[in-house]
Design a protein around this ligand. Structure first.
Ligand SMILES: [Cu+2]
Length: 454
């Protein structure tokens, strides 16, 4: 674990927040900062009640200090630069150097105090989504508190009443602030660490951005037509694999702060939905699933017993496993447009059209792209291009994964006789394929394109 401590930033926050002496600085816990997009699994808790920490995918957990029996955290709301995937960075807003902000982990029964310093150019607040707390700590600007002014620090304090999976996000100019990436996980662990215990516990938040190819800052008033679908503000192949050992009990906690639902589908083992942001589901009420829809503003915890292999996990809306530039491309399947494409390419050097045989070819192409964007489909596996982007990763389960090791183990070695392969023996051409070929030139249908009027 290598949390880089940005003392300069912390110092600046102290000065701005309190504008005081050394005595004043000691009032606030250190505001630890982390701008790397690496997955940084936390170690066992150094102080306070014991718990089994979660692994924030491409993220980290916020350190705390104990003061007179209270667990104190310091969040700094501020502009950050986030690498969405190698080759693309975005100007986002987040907390303590990253978007999403660091995961806050505490234990049922803990009294927590969270200092929130506002380094944004406008007011903010923090709402603790799904946490049982006094109304005045709920973080709704205007309704339960005045806004946190620019350069000001607020203090939230409450006792954690029940274990669960939660989020934090602003309730101030929230369309803008969430479109800019302000969010984080808040995990309340059970008082008894044996309760709800699993071997691997992962968490991430679904978020979406609309960043014009070649630019850096999201358009904040987009309602539905986002072009980057992310987990913890990362798009595949920037999303780390979820690594486990064969037989491990694995939990994945997923929160949705986008503007649409995401049916999250996992290949391989069946899972159960074991928790929501309202708490844990009683064992008798769980049912087997392979896809769970995570609606807007919801959280789902799923659990399964890990089976060896490389198992895709992704949003099942196919546009959500694509990156930027996937929109408004006319369907050209079956249309021979090679001559036209050549002519246009002479006029517009970066011109690109869908292939007449579909779009898989694009996954292999090294196409010229504007600066700072991602190809629609990318990522390479042991068998070639994966042809996926956006909300896609893999659960990688190995017999020899060591406890606490989350490093990418590389491609799975399939046991003999368990791998799909090409059939190479002599094969006469089926009669109906020949018939289809002779029909081909008689079809001249051109479908109308575009549905912008809807
Ligand atoms: Cu989706």
């Amino acid at each position: 674990m290598s949390n880089r401590r940005d003392f300069f930033r912390a110092g600046a926050a102290f000065l701005g927040a309190a504008a005081v002496s050394r005595v004043g600085a000691a009032v606030l816990p250190e505001a630890v900062s982390q701008s790397s997009a690496a997955t940084l699994p936390p170690g066992p808790p150094p102080t306070g009640r014991p718990f089994n920490p979660i692994v924030t995918l491409n993220g980290w957990s916020l350190p705390w200090r104990m003061k007179d029996g209270v667990k104190e955290f310091h969040l700094v709301a501020e502009p950050v630069v986030r690498e969405i995937a190698p080759g693309m960075k975005a100007n986002l807003w987040g907390y303590n150097g990253s978007s999403p902000g660091p995961t806050i982990e505490a234990v049922e029964g803990d009294r927590i105090r969270i200092f929130v310093t506002n380094r944004l150019p406008e007011v903010t607040s923090v709402h603790w989504h799904g946490v049982l707390l006094p109304s005045g700590m709920d973080g709704v600007t205007g309704l339960t508190q005045p806004p946190i002014g620019v350069g000001k620090t607020f203090m939230y304090e409450f006792v954690l009443q029940s274990p669960g999976t939660h989020m934090y996000h602003p309730h101030a100019d929230e369309m803008v602030q969430m479109a800019m990436g302000m969010m984080g996980l808040l995990i309340i662990h059970p008082k008894d660490p044996r309760q709800y215990k699993v071997d691997r516990d992962f968490g991430f938040i679904l978020s979406a951005y609309d960043i014009e190819p070649g630019s850096l800052t999201p358009r904040v008033n987009t309602m539905l037509d986002f072009n980057l679908w992310t987990w913890n503000s990362r798009a595949f192949p920037g999303i780390d694999p979820l690594v486990a050992r064969t037989g491990d009990r694995v939990r994945i906690r997923i929160g949705n702060l986008t503007m649409t639902n995401h049916p999250i589908h996992m290949h391989g083992p069946h899972f159960e939905v074991t928790g929501t942001d309202g708490g844990w589901v009683p064992k008798r009420a769980r049912w087997p699933e392979v896809t769970t829809d995570v609606a807007v503003g919801q959280m789902r915890a799923i659990e399964f017993n890990a089976l060896a292999g490389d198992w895709a996990i992704h949003c099942h809306k196919s546009h959500h496993t694509m990156n930027a530039m996937g929109h408004n491309v006319p369907t050209m399947i079956g249309v021979d447009h090679r001559d036209v494409a050549k002519k246009i390419a002479g006029l517009v050097p970066d011109y690109m059209v869908m292939g007449e045989r579909g779009m898989h070819e694009m996954a292999k192409m090294e196409m010229p792209l504007p600066d700072n964007t991602l190809p629609m489909m990318t990522g390479t596996g042991p068998f070639g291009p994966i042809g996926m982007g956006g909300m896609f990763s893999a659960v990688k389960v190995r017999d020899d994964a060591k406890p606490g090791d989350f490093k990418d183990p590389g491609p799975y070695k399939h046991p003999p006789g368990t791998l799909a392969s090409e059939y190479t023996a002599q094969l006469p051409e089926p009669a109906r394929v020949a018939a289809l070929k002779s029909d081909r030139n008689t079809l001249q249908v051109r479908k109308p394109t575009g549905h912008e009027g809807h």
